[in-house]
Ligand binder design. Structure first.
Ligand code: TYD
Length: 213
């Protein structure tokens, strides 16, 4: 039987990586074979994207729309060469970020005054042939709380800008159900303790895996 595809996504600083690790460990402890991956992927297009994100490549830095296309291309390569083979082997594939990140980030970064919903729909369409996840766990956290968790202090202006963008990103995530009505999206309140967040995520994952057995 084919495996199950679970995506963990959400705003920066919500504790995604910690939760992905804990969820993988808990599922393995229950006897599931789990393949952990994430995006941008480790495949060539993903590596190129990371070089741009780190500011290592200064030549022809892609704007929001070419970035959306790069992320979509990386995703399709990731699906074809990594995600599908592991699913076909019957494993649980746990992916740290997937097309919800593209839909939320690239449309939030899009031009000022743009129709945000229209941008979200375009990016959703671009990713229309990417394997749909069986479950998407969306970690939601007030960007101010996320920033406070990350740093004790920050330059006022810079922090403000970052917060503005993070707020737009969060608002786009909140609109995701309208753009991806057929995906099983579950909002997870990440302001709670690591244990509480983990418990909800594990319960959701087990509910999916138990019915698929
Ligand atoms: P990474 O360092 O992996 O961030 P995180 O640990 O928060 O996952 O870098 C990924 C960055 O790329 C993150 O800021 C979100 C962004 N991103 C997009 O803008 N669009 C996408 O489709 C994906 C997958 C990530």
């Amino acid at each position: 039987m084919t495996g199950r595809f679970i995506v963990v996504d959400g705003v920066d600083g919500a504790g995604k990586s910690t939760q992905v690790e804990r969820l993988a460990a808990a599922l393995r402890a229950r006897g599931h074979a789990v393949h952990v991956t994430g995006e941008p992927s480790g495949w060539p297009i993903g590596q190129l994207i990371r070089r741009y994100l780190r500011g290592e490549l200064r030549d022809g830095v892609p704007g929001w729309s070419s970035m959306a296309l790069l992320f979509a291309a990386d995703r399709m390569q990731h699906v074809e060469h990594e995600i599908l083979p592991h699913l076909e082997a019957g494993e649980v594939v746990l992916c740290d970020r997937y097309d919800p990140s593209s839909i939320a980030y690239q449309s939030a970064i899009g031009p000022d005054g743009a129709d945000r919903t229209e941008l979200m729909r375009w990016i959703a369409l671009l990713n229309g042939h990417a394997r749909r996840p069986d479950l998407v766990l969306l970690l939601d956290l007030d960007p101010q709380l996320a920033a406070a968790r990350r740093t004790q202090r920050g330059g006022e202006a810079e922090l403000y800008e970052t917060l503005e963008l993070q707020r737009r990103i969060r608002a786009c995530y909140a609109e995701l159900p309208a753009v991806r009505p057929n995906d099983r999206l579950v909002r997870v309140d990440a302001s709670r303790s690591i244990d509480e967040v983990h418990a909800q995520m594990l319960a959701e994952a087990l509910a999916l895996l138990d019915v698929s057995r």
